[in-house]
Design a binder for this molecule. Structure first.
Ligand code: DQA
Length: 148
C-alpha cells in the first residue's frame, strides 16, 4: 500500500515558524517519523510539499491510481480553498485531514474547514504526532473498511 502525505503553505518553515504553536520539529523530522511509522505498518509513504495552491490541486488530482490514500495538511488553504476540496473529491481516494495545532482553540477564521466534509476524518492538536495518528487511522480505514 502506498500513502501520499501532502503538506501545504508555510509548513516547510516548521521548526522556525511560531514554535510555541507548532513545536520545534522540522517538516523533514516529521516526515521521517511518518515514514518509519509507515514501515512499521507495512506501507510506503510518499511526501509532497508546496506553498502554491494550484500545485497542491494538481498533485492531489493526479493521485488516483498512484496511492491508496492521502494525508493532507493544507495549512491556511484549509480555511479558504474550494479548489483543494474539489481535488480531494475528484481523486476518489480516502483522505485524512491533519493539523499540528488544535485549530478550534485558535482564531475564529481557523474554525471552518472546506476540506473536512470530503475527508474520512480529521486529526488535530498533537503536533507532529498528529501525522502518525492520522496514518494509523488511514491505514486502518483502507484495510478494515475498504478491503473487507
Ligand atoms: C495548520 C493550521 C492552519 O490554520 C495554519 O494556517 C497552518 C497550520 C496546522 O497544522 O496546525 O498553516 O494547518
Amino acid at each position: 500500500m502506498k500513502i501520499r502525505v501532502v503538506n501545504g503553505p508555510n509548513l516547510a518553515l516548521l521548526g522556525k515558524r511560531e514554535p510555541g504553536i507548532y513545536g520545534n520539529e522540522t517538516l523533514d523530522d516529521i516526515m521521517a517519523a511518518v515514514g518509519r511509522r509507515g514501515a512499521a505498518l507495512g506501507v510506503s509513504v510518499e511526501t509532497f510539499q508546496s506553498d502554491i495552491e494550484g500545485e497542491l490541486v494538481r498533485y492531489i488530482g493526479q493521485s488516483r491510481g498512484q496511492a491508496e490514500g492521502l494525508l493532507l495538511n493544507a495549512g491556511a488553504y484549509t480555511h479558504t480553498s474550494i479548489a483543494i476540496r474539489d481535488a480531494i473529491a475528484a481523486c476518489g481516494l480516502p483522505c485524512v485531514e491533519v493539523h499540528l495545532s488544535n485549530v478550534h482553540t485558535r482564531e475564529e477564521f481557523r474554525h471552518h474547514s472546506y476540506l473536512s466534509s470530503v475527508c474520512v476524518g480529521v486529526v488535530l492538536g498533537f503536533g507532529g504526532y498528529s501525522y502518525q495518528v492520522a496514518l494509523d487511522a488511514l491505514v486502518w480505514h483502507v484495510r478494515e473498511r475498504l478491503h473487507k
